[in-house]
Design a binder for this molecule. Structure first.
Ligand code: ADP
Ligand code: MG
Length: 168
């Protein structure tokens, strides 16, 4: 897409509409709003799926690259948690199109890194694990830790660990 056109597509909704138009998708409704962008349920070829439109380039690339890694490894679920399939993506529009999954699920890789954390990434607070235990509850935290270990075995380091992203 030409740079001139992109300059007019800074807005998330403009990019969503452009992606939907180009791929014959019908926008149903917004299902998530976070720091990295907005998440929409859409209908494509009579079935529901999900489009996530990113505000910024870096989180977009991280999420795209994690889904590509998961695809390369053939991962459909992690310790019983469904992982969305990457259906398509657009670098120009900063959009990933993924399958709709039900709970338990593991998703949102906008703050996940491949193979190593970037140099200078802040170290974990000493009470991180205690905080997670409180957030998830003992049983769910045990399961979530297994999910994190399994992700790591694929070289995926998830730094955004929350019950909304890892819903066990
Ligand atoms: N593929 C999906 N299937 C089902 N629900 C999803 C999917 N992707 C996102 N969601 C829902 O939308 C919420 C926000 O998506 P997420 O990727 O976590 O965005 P954010 O970066 O804004 O947190 C998730 O917590 C989940 O409830
Ligand atoms: Mg999230």
């Amino acid at each position: 897409m030409g740079e001139r056109l992109l300059r007019y597509m800074d807005d998330i909704e403009d990019r969503l509409i452009a992606f939907a138009g180009a791929n014959n998708l019908q926008i149903v409704r917004q299902i998530g709003f976070g720091i990295h962008g907005r998440v929409f349920m859409i209908i494509a070829r009579h079935s529901a799926s999900v489009v996530k439109v990113f505000e910024e380039e870096d989180p977009y690339k991280r999420e795209r690259d994690v889904y590509l890694r998961l695809q390369e490894k053939g991962v459909e679920q992690i310790v019983g948690c469904h992982v969305p399939d990457l259906l398509s993506f657009s670098d120009d529009l900063r959009v990933v199109h993924i399958s709709l999954v039900s709970r338990p699920f593991c998703l949102d890789f906008a703050a996940a890194y491949l193979d190593a954390l970037p140099i200078g990434f802040p170290p974990m607070e000493s009470d991180w694990e205690a905080e997670k235990l409180k957030e998830f509850g003992t049983e769910d935290w045990l399961k979530a830790s297994l999910v994190l270990d399994r992700l790591k075995s694929f070289g995926i380091i998830q730094t955004d660990v929350s019950p909304t992203n890892i819903s066990v």
